[in-house]
Design a protein. Structure first.
Length: 512
C-alpha cells in the first residue's frame, strides 16, 4: 500500500483538506481519495474589507488546522509531510507573514502562499487529468477553462489544446459581495458590476482567441458542481455535462431564493450561501461570452492539481505536455506584442543547443532549461514599445504579464535574463541583480550569457546559420556552421555580445 498524501487549502471561504493514496494504473499514476474535510472560515470577508486577517479569524484557523492535524495522524501523515497552501485571501492580506508564522508556531504546518498564475497552473493540471481520464479531450477543441472563487477568477484560453492566454483576475464572489454590502446595494447592483467587468475584459480575451469560435467550456468550483447535480447529466461519477439553457434557467431561479433557502435546499454552509447567487451570475455571464450550448463540470479542484504537481516528475509524458503548454503561453504573449516569431524560435533552438552542449558545466535541473527557452522566446518582446533599450522594456512587459506555468520567482528570473540579453553591461553592475541570492545570480549570469550568444548568431534576423557543431577546447568554444557565406556580421555581433559568456564560463568564442 502506498503512503497517503495530504494537502490543505486555506481559501477565502474555508479551509479544505484532501487525503489521497497514489496508485499505479496501467503505468499511470492516479489518486484514490481517502478523506475530505471542509470547515468554513471568513478569511475573505476580513481581508477584502479591512485588508487584514483578524485575530478572531486567526484563532478559528488555528483551531481548524489543529483538528486536521489529529485527523491526519490517523492516516499516519505528519504535519511536516502535509502540503498547505494559501490562496487569494491570504495572498492579499497585509498581515500574511505574521499569519503564516502563527500557523507554523501553533500548529506545525508550513503555509506556502501561491500567486494567481500558480492557481491557474494547478487548475489546469486538475482539470486536464480529470477530463482526459473520462475520454473527453481538451486537445481537439478551442476551449475555455474557468474557476471563480471567493477572491479571484482564474481563466485559461486554449486553442486546439494549446494555451494562448492565462489570466488571474481580481473578480471574486466574496469581493463582490462585500463591495455591494458596503455600498448598501443589492443583487441587481452585483449583476451590473459583474457585467461591466466582463464587458471590459472581453476585448482582451478576443485579442487572444476569437470567443465566438469556442467549442468547449469547462468550469470548476463547488458552486457549479451543485448546479450540475441539479440540472446536469452525469458523464461519469466525476464529470457532468450541463445544457446552457437549463443552467441559465436554474441560475435565474436561484436569484429569487433567500440565503436561508439556499442553505436548506443545497445543503451548504452560511458563508457559501451568501455568495452562491453572485457566483452563478458570474459564471452565467462568462459563458454568455461564447456560443456554446453546453459545458462540462469536472469534480476536481486545485487540491487535486497540487497532488498531481507534486508527483508529476515521475510521469515524463505529463511533464513534457506541461512544458509545451508553458512554451505555448510564452509564444502567445510574444504574438500579442507583435514579436518576430521566426527570430525568437531560432534563438530558442540555438540557446538550447549551447545549453545542452554545456550541460556538464551548468549544473542545472530541467526547470532551468525551460526558463532559458521562455527567455529566448520573449527576449525581444520589448521591441513593441521601442527598439532602443528594448531589453529594459521587455523586462517591464514580462514582469507585468501573466505567463502560464511560471510562479512569481520564475517570472522575475526570466525578466532579469531578458534585461541582460543586450549590450555590454555586466549584470554584476546592476543594483537589483546584486540583491538576488547567489544561486539566482548564477542562474541569471549563465542563461543571459548563453542568450546573448544565441541572439548574436542571428544578427540579421534571417536565420541563415544552422547545423552547428560546438567543440570545446582548453580555453575556447568553436561554433562551426555549414555554408560558405560571409560571417562578418555574426562575428561582429559575437565580439560585441560575447564578453559576458567569456567572463562567466572562461571560454573565448570562435565562429567558423
Amino acid at each position: 500500500m502506498s503512503t497517503p498524501q495530504a494537502v490543505i487549502e486555506i481559501g477565502s471561504t474555508g479551509i479544505r483538506l484532501l487525503v489521497a493514496e497514489p496508485v499505479e494504473v496501467r503505468f499511470q499514476k492516479k489518486f484514490n481519495i481517502l478523506d475530505r474535510s471542509e470547515q468554513p472560515v471568513s478569511l475573505g470577508r476580513d481581508v477584502f474589507t479591512t485588508g487584514s486577517i483578524s485575530r478572531e479569524t486567526l484563532l478559528i484557523c488555528l483551531h481548524i488546522l489543529n483538528r486536521y492535524a489529529e485527523q491526519l495522524a490517523a492516516w499516519g501523515i505528519s504535519r511536516e509531510e502535509t502540503t498547505v497552501i494559501g490562496t487569494s485571501a491570504v495572498r492579499e492580506a497585509k498581515n500574511r507573514d505574521p499569519f503564516a508564522d502563527r500557523i507554523k508556531v501553533k500548529t506545525g504546518f508550513t503555509v506556502h502562499i501561491i500567486d494567481g498564475i500558480e492557481e491557474n497552473r494547478l487548475m489546469y493540471l486538475a482539470a486536464s487529468k480529470c477530463i482526459n481520464e473520462e475520454s473527453v479531450s481538451m486537445r481537439e477543441s478551442d476551449s475555455i477553462l474557468l474557476d471563480i472563487s471567493g477572491g479571484a477568477t482564474e481563466m485559461m484560453l486554449m486553442e486546439k489544446g494549446r494555451i494562448v492566454g492565462a489570466h488571474s483576475m481580481r473578480l471574486g464572489t466574496v469581493i463582490i459581495e462585500q463591495m455591494i454590502h458596503s455600498m448598501m446595494g443589492n443583487l441587481d447592483d452585483a449583476r451590473r458590476f459583474i457585467a461591466e467587468f466582463i464587458r471590459n475584459t472581453k476585448s482582451t480575451l478576443n485579442a487572444e482567441m476569437n470567443l465566438d469560435k469556442i467549442q468547449q467550456f469547462i468550469v470548476l468550483g463547488n458552486d457549479m458542481k451543485i448546479a450540475a447535480l441539479f440540472v446536469g447529466k452525469a458523464v461519469s461519477p466525476f464529470l457532468w455535462e450541463v445544457e446552457r439553457d437549463a443552467f441559465e434557467q436554474f441560475a435565474d431561479e436561484v436569484q429569487q431564493y433567500t440565503t436561508e433557502e439556499c442553505i436548506a435546499k443545497f445543503k451548504m454552509n452560511y458563508n457559501d450561501a451568501q455568495t452562491f447567487q453572485i457566483s452563478l451570475v458570474a459564471y452565467k455571464l462568462f459563458i454568455q461570452l461564447t456560443n456554446v450550448t453546453k459545458f462540462i463540470v469536472p469534480d476536481t479542484s486545485i487540491r487535486e492539481g497540487l497532488l498531481f504537481s507534486k508527483n508529476q516528475v515521475s510521469n515524463s509524458e505529463l511533464q513534457d505536455d506541461f512544458t509545451q503548454q508553458i512554451l505555448a503561453g510564452a509564444r502567445a504573449l510574444l504574438k500579442k506584442y507583435q514579436g518576430d516569431e521566426a527570430h525568437a524560435e531560432y534563438v530558442r533552438k540555438t540557446s538550447l543547443e549551447i545549453y545542452d552542449a554545456m550541460q556538464n558545466e551548468l549544473g542545472f535541473d530541467s526547470r532551468i532549461r525551460v526558463l532559458l527557452e521562455i527567455s529566448a522566446i520573449l527576449h525581444d518582446i520589448g521591441m513593441f514599445i521601442r527598439a532602443e533599450d528594448h531589453n529594459i522594456h521587455g523586462k517591464y512587459i514580462v514582469s507585468n504579464s501573466e505567463i502560464f506555468g511560471l510562479n512569481r520567482d520564475d517570472k522575475a528570473l526570466v525578466a532579469q535574463i531578458i534585461s541582460f540579453h543586450k549590450g555590454n553591461k555586466m549584470p554584476q553592475d546592476d543594483a537589483e541583480f546584486r540583491l538576488l541570492s547567489r544561486s539566482k545570480r548564477m542562474t541569471v549570469l549563465k542563461l543571459s550569457a548563453i542568450l546573448r550568444v544565441a541572439d548574436a548568431l542571428d544578427r540579421t534576423h534571417k536565420q541563415t546559420l544552422y547545423n552547428f557543431k560546438i567543440n570545446f577546447e582548453k580555453d575556447s568554444v568553436t561554433f562551426r556552421t555549414k555554408g560558405h557565406r560571409s560571417l562578418s556580421l555574426e562575428k561582429l555581433a559575437v565580439s560585441e555580445k560575447g564578453g559576458l559568456f567569456e567572463n562567466v564560463f572562461g571560454y573565448k568564442i570562435v565562429l567558423v
